[in-house]
Unconditional design. Structure first.
Length: 330
């Protein structure tokens, strides 16, 4: 089969499309999927650079955390799936290839209204956003959410899920152009912070009449941390998802204590199969029906063929993308 392979850590020249051995026929509760499309994530770029190794059990040199495809064969203990079904899901790596073998519990059925490219743009961002907002932050109707990097893949998914839940979504980005596009997805208000994150803390106080925001979904990290603490309401919750602006910050304990704040970190890639299965089951129950009805939708920046993997990485590293970068695998 053809696959994107990391041959050297560093720049995009370390990526090649190679013919490699296909994964073996599935056994037990495993399913082999013929992948029609995958998508690019920041983790793929970091893995290529040698800064984010694959978790145990995942291919060390084939990136790809999500996929959409057709079931080709199943193990003898599989009960939920049959060959020919259209499925999407998350994995620890190896999805940027023609075939992948995964546990049946980490798959969900693709709604009929999504094509392969649209389906591939869904799993990682919508499962991440749903898990962070509802399983971990316990978001409820009427609350307010501030989404950093609102134009990112997870950001665009989170905006729509917040709106569908009857909560209020606010957003930040470094550029006003991305926020204009994000407003069409349901942002109530937003602020382009440029190099001054304190701008959003001040804006949140205005937007909430001094109360502060109930939940912050932080896809940016270190540089925004202090301002995020200031922007949170009493008993506010902050979920740390990304570190594009750094992984270290100074914490004033007194502010966390006086507001009774909750700060949690999350990552999908390194979770156990059981944890991924739970997140996928909740996604299938609560998000897939919204996708089927059109209440939420994948947001695609650009699509590339697998052979254009280097160009796709360059697009992501430019930070100019809005939504997901998709890889089609013919």
């Amino acid at each position: 089969m053809k696959a994107a392979v990391i041959i050297n850590h560093g720049g995009v020249e370390g990526l090649e499309i190679r013919d490699i051995e296909s994964p073996p026929a599935p056994t037990l509760d495993r399913v082999r999927v013929r992948v029609h499309a995958s998508a690019l994530n920041r983790a793929d770029v970091l893995q290529r650079m040698g800064r984010y190794p694959a978790p145990p059990g995942a291919p060390a040199n084939i990136p790809g955390l999500e996929f959409a495809g057709e079931i080709e064969s199943v193990g003898d203990e599989v009960r939920q799936w049959q060959p020919g079904q259209r499925v999407f899901g998350i994995t620890g790596g190896g999805a940027q290839a023609e075939y992948i073998v995964v546990p049946e519990s980490t798959l969900a059925e693709i709604p009929d209204n999504l094509n392969w490219e649209e389906a591939a743009a869904v799993p990682e961002v919508f499962i991440t956003a749903h898990d962070a907002l509802f399983t971990q932050a316990h978001l409820t109707t009427g609350e307010s959410v501030l989404i950093h990097a609102a134009g990112s893949g997870v950001g665009t998914a989170a905006i729509q899920l917040v709106r569908a839940a009857g909560a209020r979504a606010y957003g930040t980005s470094r550029t006003a152009e991305k926020l204009e596009r994000a407003s069409e997805l349901g942002l109530e208000d937003s602020v382009a912070v440029g190099d001054n994150p304190n701008l959003f803390a001040e804006a949140m106080q205005r937007w909430t009449n001094g109360k502060g925001v109930d939940v912050i979904l932080d896809l940016v990290g270190g540089a925004y941390f202090a301002a995020s603490i200031a922007a949170l309401a009493v008993r506010g919750r902050m979920i740390l998802v990304g570190t594009t602006s750094g992984s270290q910050a100074t914490l004033d304990f007194s502010k966390v204590m006086s507001k009774r704040l909750t700060i949690r970190g999350t990552v999908l890639r390194s979770r156990s199969v059981e944890e991924k299965a739970t997140a996928t089951r909740l996604f299938a129950a609560h998000v897939v029906p919204l996708l089927a009805s059109g209440q939420v939708k994948p947001v695609i920046d650009r699509s590339y063929g697998l052979e254009e993997i280097r160009e796709a990485h360059q697009r992501m590293e430019s930070n100019a993308s809005f939504g997901k970068i998709v890889l089609t695998i013919s």
